[in-house]
Ligand binder design. Structure first.
Ligand code: NA7
Length: 537
């Protein structure tokens, strides 16, 4: 059996950066990665049209100034192949491959009393004192629970399991099921070459324009010069984006000013219209209704058939209360004569057949079926590994009615397990949170090394306090009343039918302040063994 100081599960951005930092602590580390390459989300999600919705330069790693100057993003919102190339460049620069085992799916991780015993799908066993999960908040993809799904004779796949060789849609009859951020990116790209496209939409989403463009040489120079200021700005904003809420309330300005502000945001690149809007947009129902009405008008202007336009306008949730898909000529797709929109709420899919699918209303024939049906968010990737802590307690059972963590990185009963991007960390512009979480875990491990501590575990009362804070942050959010991965709902997964406070919705600066306080206070929220202040201290 192979023994390491630390095992990291996952070679996405968090696993990669954690490996770099643990090497600096002199640790012997092994990363287990189910895929055949690094990149995580950007390795798996290779569907056509996959790209950033955050500005490329705000999304890359910030820890290596040399790399920032070396790498030139080609577009303001980079496409997936470019991001994967970037992450491969990082891996190459730091020679990460020598500590990563690919094709290595972790099946179980059991706490032994001294550390973690990890088994892989190939049956091999490995041990380490520390277990670091770098498995991503949106990585456990889910297929719909529809009868006959195995029976379809043509190619069919989930967007997160896209065939590496790619797919030619020319002249093909294609179905896309799902209209979340992924479905929207897929649909607008597939529609360019498809023979006939049928979109199955169960719930419409409020989508707004991305306004992507190439980065000019002048912009490139300014970006490279301005990195320190740009990352400093990301560190100050609510969700680490370049955009942050406008301090004004919706009704503090005149209707004309409001309209002009929204027009400006609608015409500007990126998430500004979502996260840079009036401060009360997602807490005041009246403010949200005004904003939603503005976006609805835009949809009606862009979709020629009024009946189709109405189908595309959400009626049961307001703008921004779910993740806003960013689009490029998405609504215009529905003006194409070879594109049909089917309302899967009114006429649900009843079965997948060998040649297509059936709804309650009619039968469809397809050459290709694409499932853009999303992920078991936040805790799904944890559930798929048999994780057992002290006394054999299962993490899945412990979290059956909702995850319980300390700052999203530790769980009581699971000593020496540290979660990067676990539930209840600040999300938003995710790499910014990844870098913070990795540095925090690294500092904790350095503290343990310095004080000869072998085990660390969140104290139950510290978990209680953090969970109370997580609940408190969520009070008054309109998104609480909407089904989505934000509220822990996935109708395709057993036990995920009821809304919970699944994520941390406080500000990223607030989150970091709390984590910094824990570190500065000598980690009083954690139990250590041997205890702090013992003979070995
Ligand atoms: P999402 O946002 O969870 O979207 C999944 C979509 O799939 C959504 O439209 C679902 O409809 C639809 N869906 C799921 N099951 C079915 C069935 N059985 N029938 C019809 N439609 C179905 O996942 P994405 O991958 O788009 O985005 C996830 C995140 O990745 C995103 O937030 C970004 O941060 C990146 P529903 O809305 O549940 O009615």
């Amino acid at each position: 059996m192979a023994r390491f100081d630390a095992i990291i599960i996952g070679a996405g951005m968090s696993g990669m950066f954690q490996l770099i930092r643990l090497r600096e602590l002199g640790m012997k580390v092994r990363v287990f990665e189910a895929g055949t390459g690094v990149g995580g989300t950007w390795y798996w999600n290779r569907y056509p049209g996959a790209r950033f919705d955050s500005e490329s330069y705000s999304y890359g790693f910030s820890f290596d100034p040399e790399l920032l100057q070396e790498w030139s993003w080609s577009e303001h919102f980079a496409p997936q192949p470019e991001t994967l190339r970037y992450l491969n460049r990082v891996a190459e620069k730091y020679e990460l491959h020598r500590d990563i085992q690919f094709n290595a799916e972790v099946k179980s991780a059991h706490f032994t009393g001294e550390g973690w015993h990890v088994t892989l799908a190939d049956g091999s066993a490995h041990e380490a004192r520390f277990l670091i999960t770098a498995i991503g908040p949106l990585s456990a993809h889910t297929l719909p629970r529809i009868e006959g799904i195995e029976s379809f004779r043509g190619p069919s796949f989930h967007t997160a399991r896209w065939p590496k060789e790619g797919i030619d849609f020319a002249g093909k009859r294609v179905a896309v099921i799902g209209t979340g951020a992924t479905g929207v990116q897929t649909i607008q790209e597939v529609a360019k070459t498809v023979g006939h496209l049928t979109v199955f939409q169960r719930t419409p989403n409020w989508c707004t324009p991305l306004h992507n463009s190439q980065i000019t040489p002048e912009q490139q120079a300014a970006i490279k010069q301005g990195y320190p200021e740009m990352f400093a700005r990301c560190a100050e904003t609510y969700a680490c984006f370049l955009h942050t809420a406008d301090p004004r309330g919706t009704f503090e300005v005149t209707p004309a000013e409001r309209e002009a502000f929204w027009e400006k945001l609608y015409a500007s690149p990126g998430f500004g219209i979502w996260v840079g809007n009036f401060r009360d947009s997602y807490t005041d129902p009246a403010a949200n209704a005004e904003l939603s009405a503005f976006i609805a008008r835009k949809i009606r202007e862009r979709v020629k058939d009024p009946k189709v336009a109405e189908m595309l306008i959400p009626k049961n949730h307001g703008f921004g209360t779910r993740r806003v898909p960013m689009e490029t000529r998405y609504y215009e797709v529905y003006n194409q004569p070879n594109v049909e929109l089917v309302d899967s709420k009114a006429t649900p899919i009843t079965r997948i057949t060998p040649t297509g699918l059936s709804t309650t209303e009619r039968d469809f024939e397809f050459d290709i079926i694409i499932y853009a049906t999303g992920f078991d968010g936040l805790t799904g990737a944890f559930d798929r590994i048999d994780i057992r802590g002290r006394d054999g307690a299962s993490l899945k059972q412990a979290w059956a009615s909702g995850a319980r963590t300390l700052v999203g990185m530790l769980a009581h009963g699971f000593p020496n397990m540290f979660m990067l991007l676990g539930p209840h960390t600040a999300l938003g512009n995710i790499p910014r949170s990844i870098e913070y979480n990795v540095e925090w875990v690294t500092a904790l491990l350095a503290h343990m090394q310095a004080h000869h501590l072998t085990l660390a575990e969140a104290r139950p009362e510290a978990v209680e306090a953090w969970m109370a804070h997580v609940m408190e942050c969520s009070i008054g959010l309109l998104s609480n009343d909407v089904d989505s991965w934000f509220t822990g709902v996935n109708k395709n997964v057993e036990g995920r039918q009821v809304r919970t406070v699944a994520r941390y919705s406080g500000s990223a600066p607030g989150y970091r302040a709390r984590c910094d306080e824990i570190a500065a206070g000598g980690y009083a929220e954690l139990d250590f063994s041997p205890a702090c202040g013992s003979a070995s201290d």
